[in-house]
Write a protein of this length. Sequence first.
Length: 574
Amino acid sequence: MVGRTTWIALGGFTAVVALAALTGAVVRKEPDGAGKHTERVVHLDQGWSQTRREEFYYTPQGSQLLPYAFLKALEQPAGTGLFLDPAYVAETGYLPSEGPSELNPDGLPIGFARDPHPGGAFGPAVGLTCAACHTNDIRAGATRIRIDGGASLGDFQMLMARLSQALDATLANPAKFQRFAARLKADPKAVRPALEATATELRRVNAAGWTPTAYGRGRIDAFGHILNAVAAEALGQPANFRVPDAPVSYPFLWTTPDQRYAQWNGVAGNPIGRNLGEVLGVFGHPSIGNGTPASFTSSALVESLKALEDWAGALKPPPWPRELGRVSPSRAKRGAKLYAQYCAGCHGGPDYPLTPAADTIGGRQWLAVEMVDLATVKTDPKMLQNFATRTAQTGVLAPVFGGATVVPAGSVLLAVVGNIVENDLRNLAISGDARLAYYGWRFAPGSAKPQSGWTTSLAYKAGPLAGVWATGPFLHNGSVPTVYDLLSPPQERPRRFYVGDERYDAKKLGYVSDVDKVPEKDRAGLFLFDTTLPGNSNSGHAFPDPSVAQLSPSDRYAIIEYLKVLEGPHADGK
């Protein structure tokens, strides 16, 4: 909650400027031994209780990375320190826990959870949850400001490479292997074959995830991984494999359940399909059975996915915290006018535009997010082109597509995911209004088929910007370090900058990206982002058109001030 406030009203725009201390913020201190993560943690009022927060962090969704017992017993590739040592985890950008809890008794990093399936000889698996990619921290002095639902700065490829190296080192080093087996309290002769199988699978996963340009911090080619998991691996069609080389930033979650489309390319028209597809991209395991739709299954946990979506629906944008400084009411007021003039047409603002009531069953309305065509926005096209132009051999699924042997890869994904969802709901006896609720009520009146968002058109989503201050770097591919740079003409944006430091630039809105401003002891985990590499372009999103006019530095700072206090939609969506 915000303390004493001043209201700024301007046309349809209302902002709240915090002029006093935050109240109701939960302050916690991370456990000893957490390396650089020993600062106090401040939780902003985003509508979640501590219990809800823990549930979001550690509720499994069906991701199965490796045996849970193996991860707990595994050492780092070099030395005898455990892989799960908080300081070691922090080097990859993922967040150590704030200590053991009922849902996380072993103190796993945020976003890692034990899968409920029985597993093999060494028990259940551990996998990733939504929180691994959608939680981040901002450092302000000795304080860590937790942003629930924010964009992680985790380096997925680094994490996976280190995990594979640790497994291989354990197999190669007799002393390391003996310690590993001893922690498992198991016969080494029984451990080695299982460890070799796990290491082999991780090597395969890393080889499949190799890219000529590293993702770096806070990015992943989600659709690339999902399409490979479904169209190449599950379908048994190696020719359908493509290098996942179009990484995008993790989107923030607040307001997402209320948006008509959620992903950068607006491909998913309903939440359960979107969320189940996400699980398949992070070590969920799909199966197409005998090729008939009724045989499609996966390890995804649809009941958990429904709960996670409901929790995200209650998540509010993070309020601007006092630790980052005061907001100037006069500058924010001027910024509101500029925002209304240059930004609201695509991104909306109070009052946010809604979809027509006639479009959806029961007259339900959603945030009418704008899909801006590539010719207009002119940002990096690789993510859009990869998805829209990718085709797949259908194999045993040819009958599903009327005998066609080659179809758009997106069609294969939607068919497989859609039938897995329907099979899961049927097996759980979820029907009627309960079934509609799983799909987020995304049905046209009179239709039993959920709405879809996919189209081959090339357009990026321009979603609501409440809380965007906490979500850098910016653009869909994370190619612009600060909001100030984004509001600048493309030729003025940094061509290279560093990602990974959690210190915050409250003036320009974004993480500190100048290596000279980062203490030498904290530079090891930084990633150099090069906008000249394929998929990394920082061009486009030049509004107003630079050939006509451009925002002065003063104008940019005014919009920045307003973005600190821009309200999200109210609970009723209006």
